[in-house]
Design a protein around this ligand. Structure first.
Ligand code: PLP
Length: 434
């Protein structure tokens, strides 16, 4: 499969190049030239299939031309070592729980898949030189990438994070791992971390010294696998005879997750319509209303993993529907919630149903409460385990959220990180010694 850039000014890439480079030369996002429709028989019988096998079928349509099928099956099965169950919350509203992976957030799926696919390409090339992944994080991405790449031979990961600015739980999720994961604690803010990573990619001497790559969230190997769990959710709903008028509601920030769902739809997944649920960052919501896409600075909210003022994957969605506002707004509707509304949604849901929402999932839940029409059944993504945002959730609901064993285990580990200034000279000198 060939991949072109959404900016239309870069050479066509194969999957290998698209995965290793992440972003095209013209800073556009890679898009597959074709989206293959899945056979009707697959959709007809999907309710009888297991998650892993559903995912393997979807993966073959995306990656089957470029990856040996046995290896692909192995990568898919390894990625989906945990379930993404659909749980009834009330009446016609269901929660697609994406938080049963190693770091309790949906980004685990894409991160693990990308790690294994990158390893596959490295081995196929017969490369013996180590590949180094640099990733800047304000919390969530670093933990998912670090855990996804943990123990993957031939790849070393450097996670750069701002000192004192990530939550203690998140920090433990990438500083206690050891092995092929090095945490670098930068005396600065998130933007300084990102600037260090960017400078490293552009530094010639450094690139001659070591092979560098990124694990950015716009990477095709990170975003496409997110389509897997939408097919599975459809299958589980169909098995209960509730899939005829299914509405899929996705709490969105950078719009990678919902974009994967839309790719699934383009492959033939029978979802009636989609809702993109936002916090107070309402750029996409406004686009749906006005047809004008006007990025702005992000504002901080309770659902901080969705604090994005210029969602990168908008370019993919725009392209997928031939840049037509009409097509986009007839398939996708929007919702936007203030922190107060998020808190109220969490309280009301807990009171009515006993289900504990995290602030991100709460946007999705509320958008279904507000937007579901007669005859429709809604599924929202619960994108993170409430314990990941324990202080907030405890405070809002007046409860003591139980911390899953997996999360508690991270907190017992020994924190190890390399202190670093925000001066590129120091970072470069450090990498040159590795
Ligand atoms: C990353 C993230 C989101 C937003 O997902 P996008 O793909 O960026 O739209 C939502 N919730 C949580 C908990 C996340 O970590």
């Amino acid at each position: 499969m060939n991949y072109y850039s959404t900016n239309g000014n870069a050479p066509i890439a194969n999957l290998h190049k698209a995965v290793v480079k992440g972003l095209a030369e013209d800073r556009g996002l890679y898009m597959p030239e074709q989206i293959k429709k899945l056979p009707k028989a697959f959709i007809d019988n999907i309710q009888d299939m297991r998650f892993q096998d559903i995912a393997y079928n979807v993966a073959s349509a995306f990656f089957g031309e470029d990856v040996d099928l046995d290896a692909l099956q192995d990568i898919v099965y390894d990625t989906l070592s945990f379930d993404c169950p659909v749980v009834k919350v009330k009446d016609t509203i269901f929660s697609l729980e994406l938080f049963h992976g190693p770091t309790l957030a949906f980004k685990d799926v894409g991160a693990r898949f990308m790690a294994r696919l990158l390893q596959y390409f490295i081995r196929q090339e017969g490369q013996h030189e180590q590949v180094n992944v640099l990733v800047a994080t304000s919390g969530d991405t670093g933990s998912a990438v670090a855990n996804g790449f943990l123990g993957v031979e031939g790849i070393h990961v450097y996670v750069l994070y701002p000192k004192g600015k990530v939550s203690p739980i998140q920090e433990c999720q990438f500083t206690t791992l050891g092995k092929n994961i090095t945490a670098i604690e930068v005396d600065g803010v998130f933007d300084d971390c990102q600037a260090l990573v960017k400078s490293a990619f552009m530094d010639e001497a450094l690139n001659q010294h070591m092979k560098l790559t990124s694990a950015n969230s716009i990477n095709v190997a990170r975003f496409l696998p997110q389509a897997f769990y939408y097919f599975n959710a459809y299958a589980r709903m169909k098995a209960q005879d509730k899939a005829d008028q299914l509405v899929m509601c996705v709490p969105s920030g950078n719009f990678g997750n919902i974009c994967a769902a839309l790719f699934g739809h383009a492959m033939g997944l029978p979802i009636k319509r989609f809702i993109a649920a936002n916090n107070a960052n309402d750029v996409f919501y406004n686009y749906l209303q006005t047809g004008k896409y006007e990025p702005k600075a992000s504002v901080q909210t309770l659902a901080n993993a969705m604090d994005v003022g210029d969602p990168s994957n908008f370019a993919r969605i725009y392209d997928l529907y031939g840049k037509s506002h009409e097509r986009i707004s007839s398939l996708i509707s929007g919702a936007t919630y203030s922190d107060e509304q998020i808190k109220e949604a969490m309280r009301q849901c807990y009171k009515d149903t006993n289900y504990i929402l995290d602030p991100h999932g709460a946007c999705g839940y509320q958008a279904l409460v507000d937007g579901l029409q007669e005859g429709e059944v809604g599924v929202f993504c619960e994108t993170a385990h409430p314990a990941k945002f324990k202080e907030k959730v405890d405070d809002i609901l007046g409860i003591d959220v139980e911390i899953p064993d997996r999360l508690a285990a991270f907190m017992k580990g020994e924190k190890q990180s390399v202190p670093m200034t925000k001066d590129f000279k120091d970072f470069k000198a450090y990498l040159m010694k590795q």
